[in-house]
Design a protein around this ligand. Structure first.
Ligand code: CDP
Length: 217
């Protein structure tokens, strides 16, 4: 069984996806973490994320290992970068890196490998449209931008990362725009995807809603 959860930045999709995977006892893969790891690699190596030629040249040196157990960990060239990829500096540049077709091709190949012999929940932007168009269930998750920004602000503060609310909101809007307008695999709600607006739903309500759709069919 493949469950695809796509949607806007910070809408709560990874929280739903993780809980769903735990409830159904299947794997969870956070595809955004993979793009974040590529962006982190570029920042560490001083490669300009706006320079596609150098980003693509760096790809053969990037080895990602995703451990689809819970809690999910991601390794970049043998180093655990699970926490580091959430830094605001990575959030700032990740959508630029993710818009590069060669980067996407490589990430999609890895993502499909996971789905080969595994039942899983995968969240991202193009999971139902490109990575697993034949997914058994597709959800499109969104929420009002200010609510998403407030959630992300709280999440980072709880981790002890000092952030500015306005900067978070503008980063979300910037990424929404880039992710939805890029030419390769833009963020879209496919016609089969069930829309979940989490703006005014608590976490348990979101999970129940998704579970109802899955158990109904
Ligand atoms: O957690 P958050 O919603 O902030 O984002 P994420 O899921 O970690 O994804 C980070 C970025 O990676 C997105 O803004 C997209 O630019 C890119 N991404 C993508 O292009 N395709 C995916 N399947 C997943 C993420």
């Amino acid at each position: 069984m493949i469950i695809a959860i796509d949607g806007h930045s910070s809408c709560g999709k990874s929280t739903i996806a993780r809980a769903l995977a735990r409830r159904l006892n299947i794997s969870y893969v956070d595809s955004g973490a993979m793009y974040r790891a590529v962006a982190l690699f570029c920042l560490k190596k001083g490669i300009d994320p706006m320079d596609p030629v150098h980003v693509v040249q760096a790809l053969p040196g990037i080895h990602l290992k995703i451990l689809p157990s819970l809690p999910v960990r991601i390794e970049l060239n043998g180093e655990d970068v699970t926490d580091e990829i959430r830094n605001p500096e990575v959030s700032k540049w990740v959508s630029e890196v993710a818009a590069i077709s060669e980067v996407r091709r490589e990430m999609v190949r890895l993502q499909r490998e996971f789905g080969h012999n595994n039942s899983l929940v995968m969240d991202g932007r193009d999971i139902g449209s490109v990575v697993f168009p034949e997914a058994d269930f597709k959800f499109f998750v969104t929420a009002e931008p200010e609510i998403r920004a407030r959630r992300r602000y709280r999440e980072l503060q709880e981790k002890g990362i000092q952030v500015d609310y306005d900067e978070i909101l503008s980063n979300l809007l910037h990424r929404d725009h880039l992710d939805s307008t890029r030419s390769d695999s833009p963020l879209v709600q496919t016609k089969e995807a069930i829309l979940i607006d989490t703006s005014h739903l608590g976490f348990e309500e979101q999970l129940q809603l998704v579970l109802q759709y899955i158990q109904k069919s």
